[in-house]
Structure formats: structure tokens, C-alpha cells
Design a protein around this ligand. Structure first.
Ligand code: NAI
Ligand code: MG
Length: 355
């Protein structure tokens, strides 16, 4: 019953260095909490593309459709255009498996320093809920008159009632489980006059179902300023694919280093596996040196544990990360220390036993 089959996709660059540390910590948590994991490894990556002309084999998704979850490192590397690597691997997984929620906790952990002066763990603790399968990131559009002075590019946004309602419902349900019980919507209905007023209408309709939750909304431009100036205002922030993408990089940035930020691509109905991955990319500038911070991957593993129904194990992993952050010997270079990836991962795995 507590045996889990996990598809492990290290991907590119530092994905290959941090994923093993994520696995090390999951195994340590499993040992303590009576969970067992079988990791099936898939070498889908830009290297795979260089060899076979595809990021993953044809029918690849069928190989991981029945897994309990997907644990991914990072995808993308110089030599393969980013839109090719992204649309060849990450986006098909997100869409085929209907992972319509992209969830990112933005929290200053004990032992971390926010780049915002005077802000600490009490001020920054919110979630960004990003719509992950439709909106601005659509395949509908085209290019005409290429290479001439009449060259034209057009791309349509897709906002469906079903897609909008379900991500907003997820945000309200999440807020219900939290102390502040507050949802903020990211909009731009003053400038984008069809889809965003629709988004606002659906938000108003959804909020009527949740009288116990405080709800408000801001236009995306001022909202980014508020993230920096008033991060303590937020609890759960819901946005479209594009706005959520921007906010979900800004949020972790105000909470500390990109190297520690985790994310989850969730299919809330559990018809398909959900995918857990650090926010950062493949970091070509430091890849192969063994110095990447594995905490983003490890914290993503904690989100996976929580999704699988083991909040106690997830909390222990986050506490173990906090223990490590307080230990100068565990800090990687991006956090001002000199630990390498494996040293940091080992200290966290050891701490999980008692944290
Ligand atoms: P990046 O996140 O890979 O790197 C940005 C900067 O942060 C670099 O200086 C890097 O050294 C540093 N950094 C990132 N993760 C770190 C870690 N764990 N420890 C220490 N330092 C870390 O973003 P970039 O350079 O824009 O993208 C590189 C490649 O990764 C591109 O091909 C991009 O498409 C891909 N990418 C993939 C993502 C994914 O798989 N979800 C997300 C973001 C980028
Ligand atoms: Mg992004």
C-alpha cells in the first residue's frame, strides 16, 4: 500500500546532479515513515534529442502513465532551442497528464535570508497557483509572409470556463486549509479586454462558493510590485499560465535563492501522475561541477510526499532542510558556503531520520 513507483527523469545539466540527492532524501524519509520507492529512470533530455532527434521516444508518455508520480530534474541545454526542449518533454507531460495546477510555495525557510531587507519567515509564506495547460501558452496562431516586410505573427489565448474554474477552485480549497484563508487573483482586465474580464467574472463566481475565504484581486503590473513591497499581504495567489509563470519565479526570488525553490505540476483528480521538479533550470554555467544546490529538488520531493498522502514525511523533509540551512557545512556556494551537492544532500538525508 505504501509502495510507490516513481518515474525519475533527471533531464539536463544539473538535473543529473540534484536528482540523485532528491532520491537519497526520499529514501531516507521512506525508511523512517515506512514507505518504499521504486525509481524507474528515463534518460529523456537534450542529449536524447541529439542522438535520436526527439526529447523522448515516441509513445514515451505511455511508459510513465501508470507511475504514482514523476520526479524531474531540469530540461533544456544550449544546442537545443528552449522551445524545442520544452515542447518536446515538459509541456506534453503537463498537458497529456492534465496537470492543470502548477503549485509553488514561496516561503523563507528558517536559516534563509530574503533579499528583501528586514523580511523573514513570518513575512513571506504564500503559494502561487498557476494555470498550467491553457491560457496564453496555446498552440493556436501562426506566421505569415515570413521573411518579408509584411511578416506577421499571431497567437491566441485560450480561456475556458472549465479550465478557469478548476484552477480557481483549487486555489480556494488550498486557502481553506491555511490559517490566513485568503485568495488573490492576478488579472489585467483593464488592458486585455476579452479574456481577463472573463477571468474576473469566473473569480467572482467562484468566490461566492467560499464565504469563509477572503478574496481580492490586483492587476499583474502592480501585483508584482506588491510581491516585493508587501509579501506579507499574500496567502494563495492564483494566475493564468503567463501571469502565474512570472509570479512563480518572482515569488521564490523574494523568498531566497532559486536553488531552493520547489514546484509541483498537479493533476488534482489523480487520473494521471503528477510531476515534481525544482523551479530552476539546468544551469549550464555550473553543470558538471558538482556544486549545484540540491534543496530545490529535495523540497520538490517533500511536495511529492505530501501529494502521496504523507504529510508527516513531507514536514520532516522540510525540517531537515531547515536543519541543513542552519549548518554552515551543508551550505552550497549559492548560499555562501562551500559544500558540494552530495555533501548537502547527505546532511539533509541524515537529518530526516530525526527531524
Ligand atoms: P537556470 O535556473 O538554469 O539558471 C539561472 C542561474 O541560477 C544560473 O546562474 C545558475 O547557475 C543558477 N542556479 C540555478 N539552479 C541552481 C542551483 N540548484 N544551485 C545553484 N545555482 C543555481 O536558468 P537559465 O540559465 O535561464 O536556463 C538554463 C536552461 O534551463 C535553459 O535551457 C532553460 O530553458 C532551462 N530551464 C528549464 C526549466 C525546467 O526544467 N523546468 C526551468 C528554467 C529553465
Ligand atoms: Mg518560469
Amino acid at each position: 500500500m505504501n509502495d510507490y513507483r516513481i518515474a525519475a527523469i533527471p533531464g539536463d545539466g544539473i538535473g543529473n546532479e540534484v536528482l540523485p540527492e532528491g532520491i537519497r532524501v526520499l529514501e531516507a524519509a521512506g525508511k523512517r515513515f515506512g514507505l518504499s520507492f521504486t525509481f524507474d529512470h528515463f534518460d529523456w533530455s537534450c542529449e536524447h534529442y541529439a542522438k535520436h532527434g526527439r526529447m523522448m521516444p515516441e509513445g514515451g508518455l505511455d511508459l510513465i502513465r501508470k507511475h504514482h508520480a514523476i520526479f524531474l530534474g531540469a530540461v533544456g541545454f544550449p544546442g537545443v532551442p528552449d522551445h524545442v526542449s520544452l515542447w518536446g518533454l515538459l509541456i506534453p507531460i503537463r498537458r497529456d497528464f492534465n496537470q492543470y495546477v502548477n503549485l509553488r510555495p514561496c516561503r523563507v525557510l528558517q536559516g534563509m535570508k530574503s533579499p528583501l531587507a528586514g523580511r523573514g519567515p513570518d513575512d513571506i509564506d504564500f503559494y502561487v497557483v498557476r494555470e498550467n495547460v491553457e491560457g496564453e501558452y496555446s498552440e493556436i496562431g501562426g506566421r505569415m509572409f515570413r521573411g518579408t516586410e509584411h511578416e506577421t505573427a499571431m497567437q491566441e489565448s485560450i480561456f475556458t470556463r472549465r479550465g478557469t474554474d478548476r484552477v480557481m477552485r483549487y486555489a480556494f480549497e488550498l486557502a481553506r486549509k491555511r490559517a490566513k484563508k485568503h485568495v488573490t487573483s492576478a488579472t489585467k482586465s483593464n488592458g486585455i479586454v476579452h479574456t481577463m474580464p472573463f477571468w474576473d467574472e469566473r473569480f467572482a463566481a467562484m468566490k461566492a462558493n467560499y464565504p469563509d475565504i477572503r478574496a481580492d484581486q490586483f492587476h499583474i503590473d502592480i501585483l508584482t510590485a506588491h510581491f516585493v513591497q508587501h509579501p506579507d499581504w499574500f496567502d494563495v495567489v492564483v494566475g493564468s499560465n503567463l501571469f502565474g509563470d512570472i509570479l512563480s519565479d518572482l515569488g521564490p526570488a523574494v523568498a531566497g535563492s532559486i536553488g531552493i525553490a520547489p514546484s509541483a505540476n498537479i493533476n488534482p483528480e489523480r487520473e494521471f501522475p503528477s510531476m515534481f521538479e525544482p523551479v530552476h533550470g539546468s544551469a549550464p554555467d555550473i553543470a558538471g561541477k558538482g556544486i549545484a544546490n540540491p534543496i530545490g529538488q529535495i523540497w520538490s520531493g517533500a511536495m511529492m510526499l505530501e501529494h502521496l498522502g504523507h504529510k508527516d514525511a513531507a514536514d520532516a523533509v522540510v525540517r531537515a532542510i531547515e536543519v541543513a540551512l542552519a549548518d554552515p557545512k551543508a551550505r552550497t556556494r549559492d548560499l555562501g558556503g562551500s559544500a558540494n551537492t552530495v555533501e548537502c544532500g547527505r546532511i539533509i538525508a541524515e537529518a530526516v531520520a530525526t527531524a
